[in-house]
Design a binder for this molecule. Sequence first.
Ligand SMILES: NC(=O)c1ccc[n+]([C@@H]2O[C@H](COP(=O)([O-])OP(=O)(O)OC[C@H]3O[C@@H](n4cnc5c(N)ncnc54)[C@H](O)[C@@H]3O)[C@@H](O)[C@H]2O)c1
Ligand SMILES: NC(=O)c1ccc[n+]([C@@H]2O[C@H](COP(=O)([O-])OP(=O)(O)OC[C@H]3O[C@@H](n4cnc5c(N)ncnc54)[C@H](O)[C@@H]3O)[C@@H](O)[C@H]2O)c1
Lengths: 209, 209
Amino acid sequence: CVSEVVAKRLTLYLRCFIQLKEEGYDFVSSKELAERFNLNSDLIRKDFSYFGTFGKRGVGYNIDEIIEKIKTILGLKKVYNVAIAGAGNLGKALADYPKFNEGTFRIVAMFDNNARKVGRKYGVNNIPIFHVKELPEKVKELEVDIGIIAVPARAAQQVADSFVKAGVSGLMNFTPARIAVPSNVKTVCADFRAQLEMLAYYVSNLKKS
Amino acid sequence: CVSEVVAKRLTLYLRCFIQLKEEGYDFVSSKELAERFNLNSDLIRKDFSYFGTFGKRGVGYNIDEIIEKIKTILGLKKVYNVAIAGAGNLGKALADYPKFNEGTFRIVAMFDNNARKVGRKYGVNNIPIFHVKELPEKVKELEVDIGIIAVPARAAQQVADSFVKAGVSGLMNFTPARIAVPSNVKTVCADFRAQLEMLAYYVSNLKKS
Ligand SMILES: NC(=O)c1ccc[n+]([C@@H]2O[C@H](COP(=O)([O-])OP(=O)(O)OC[C@H]3O[C@@H](n4cnc5c(N)ncnc54)[C@H](O)[C@@H]3O)[C@@H](O)[C@H]2O)c1
Ligand SMILES: NC(=O)c1ccc[n+]([C@@H]2O[C@H](COP(=O)([O-])OP(=O)(O)OC[C@H]3O[C@@H](n4cnc5c(N)ncnc54)[C@H](O)[C@@H]3O)[C@@H](O)[C@H]2O)c1
């Protein structure tokens, strides 16, 4: 099993390779990759040789092959069923987001406590909205792997508990509230602040130069 | 001026210190910080000594002091005016998000091309929605520093061009479309996929163990 630090790097490399592929590249060397995305080329070579993947001298890594290889290592080859708690502004934006419904992730259900929203289907992918009371039963029936929390902060912990009780092992928390989960469940916080702060740093430095 | 790589690390440290402060800590050593957040303690000490900040032997860094210091280095001490293009699901969720409207960032306007939305004020912060035709004039009048792009992908480039022409130097692109901007403008892509992929990796590995 891959360590968490290496998995974070592989996820980052994957985004870089996918971007290069979209720009029409077929091969890239560790040096070119490092220069383009501000990475460490020694570490790139070390990471890939650990998994038995080597670039061809003078040519580099085959981008299609390495994308498949990383996806296999990270376990991204299967499809993960995702459910969203909170069919509000954010929940609806996520349900319609094209990148969430291609390949690795499939949104299979939404949950809400507002009776006017329950019983409908939402968005381009016709996702059913169930009452949050039905969350435990529907999560099991639809074999949900990952829960997304997009409810108001005060309801976050309650919704997390419900996902965990129903057997979900991964949670993505969009609320500002900190949630407590057992050790066998992993949560990540989705937060734009870090990216916004990077932008602020640029804006203040651009003005200076 | 701080290099981009160091700025990324400082942004990351800042999140870690803010989290520790919320948990009630006053001091932390570089070693404790490294263990808690999977960082490199040598690099932490090197980064801070470069800026003339040293931990007290046996006690560590004063968390309040170091948060202020990092904010000053990154230029986060001033308030940045932010405008959102696209008053749809995502735009509205961002406008109401409490973390965007405290301290460093203030959302001052939204823009949309749907006549039924224009002329209203949205959300808990009463943010005015202008027609996207008024973007150049309002961005100058309200001294907008950062533009957020939350329109459909096909309109992303056009909206980016309008922000850039109006003098904005930082853009946060939420759409899947790639946008081209001049070299003096910085863009970041807001994308949850990397975090979702990390979750998928955990979920597939938890099942195995
Ligand atoms: N991470 C980020 O960058 C980011 C950005 C924007 C918003 N947010 C956060 O996302 C959350 C949702 O924001 P929004 O703008 O969509 O809010 P919203 O009010 O539009 O939507 C919340 C939805 O949750 C439902 N709800 C309330 N209590 C519930 C419960 N106990 N169980 C199930 N459903 C419940 C409501 O009926 C509503 O449909 C908030 O916590 C907000 O702070 C995070
Ligand atoms: N980065 C992410 O993780 C993420 C998550 C969800 C959605 N998205 C993306 O965010 C964008 C918005 O998503 P949404 O769900 O809010 O869509 P939406 O349809 O609810 O909102 C789009 C808004 O933009 C307005 N609009 C359309 N063309 C415009 C133009 N030329 N100028 C100004 N306004 C215009 C519409 O009137 C509407 O109000 C999409 O591109 C979507 O793919 C990204």
